[in-house]
Design a protein around this ligand. Sequence first.
Ligand code: KIV
Ligand code: ZN
Length: 513
Amino acid sequence: MRKIDIFDTTLRDGEQSAGINLNTAEKIEIAKQLERLGVTIIEAGFPASSPGDFDAVNRIAKTVKNSIVTGLARCVQKDIDATWEAIKVAEQPHIHVFLATSPIHMEYKLKKSPEQVVEQAVEAVKYAKKLFPLVQWSAEDGFRSDRDFLVKIIGEVIAAGATTINVPDTVGYASPQEYGALFKYLRENVRGADQVKFSAHCHDDLGMATANSIAAVENGADQVECTINGIGERAGNASLEEIGVALHIRKDIYPFETGLNLKEIKRTSQLVSRLTGVVIQPNKAIVGRNAFAHESGIHQDGVLKNPETYEIISPALIGEDEVPLVLGKHSGRAAFRDRAVKMGYDLSDEKLNKAFAEFKKLADRKKEITEDDLVTLLTEQQVLIEDVPLYELKSVQVQYGTENIPTATAVVATPAGDIATAASTGAGSVEAIFNTLEQLVGGTVNILDYRVTSVGKGRDALGEAVINLRYNGYTTTGRDAAQDVLEASAKAYLNAINRQLIQASIRAQQPTV
Ligand code: KIV
Ligand code: ZN
């Protein structure tokens, strides 16, 4: 079977989605999970774009061993140098350089002639090749580019040393038939095409990203670029889980092997949703809450008689096994640690102790501690930033009655090391809490979006709050979970403010390059 490399760009193209802002610890957590999922390449960020991105790419390159780590760069020396500084520690340093090739991008965005674009691409690839063994070059807006121009420029960047050629459908305009035909044409006409890998990179503006990616594979692409849950610019990128599972389930017509560990899909999808705050639509193929739910009586009857009547994918394939009770109130620290290790967490003793304390608190209030609850508790500790002083909620109390004005009182530990208390009213309990916290953090906070969902099932499930707010001219998304949704909301609010403190501390550091 032909091997198709999975190039995951959740941390680069996915992170470019509106409202997503992951910190370095969260990016490392996602990268480690992508490694467990078995992706071939992780695009960890755009090192020249900010010190924060540089740091994240560098730390991921140091951490990940079983996937290749890459960083994005424009076709300019300063970007290539920054990417080298960030990636050189990796086992197989890989760079992804890109330059637009469509008439509209060359004329209006780059303001360059096609000849100048060829020259810049070739210079950049030659320069990158002096540093990196693996150089991927992308023709941005490749699908809307002139085919013969593509043949010429790709031939020249291959001669300059590129090892992978990516031809993106940057604006999600292609149909499967057209995109496939483009790969066939390039494979047949580009000089040196047999010496390189071809890669597909599809956006989902017309809902065809998965179909387009597979069409490219059928016509000679050896690599597909995708994101978890399909997150990304505008309508998003091709979704990894759809491509991986489609190739597996229909191997009768797609004789390709991706090397993905499909059992890790559910967990990866949930981790990305939790850390980015991007909710998965319930009917999303493969990972949506309803993807395996049979609602109509006729379907339920059929599935009971033989699951294959309506089920083409078994939930177990993507790791959606039912684990109703993994640990209970009487479980000790050793059992908790053992479970955390089995689930793939690698926490310091201090963080493990904190997670265990939270587990005990939860076990006092909740009958069954599920795998979902454990993932929430352990991930919270794993991504906690310890070296920047932050706000911490010590307590929150709300007085509410249908006939009274809701009043909240909150106590927080401040970054300055003080304990501060405030109280305020609001039209509802949540507004009263937010007004109180606004006093405590000082300055004006605008709430742009706020929602609460449950983690797992049952009336005693944890509540998770996600809040998008604007403070001090910056927008951040915060989230947190607790058994009470009001407590979760207060913690999510402070989490969003804390993200700004972390970003401010990164900005204050000297740029690394
Ligand atoms: O969509 C696109 O063209 C990109 C490139 C940077 C590869 O993301
Ligand atoms: Zn893209």
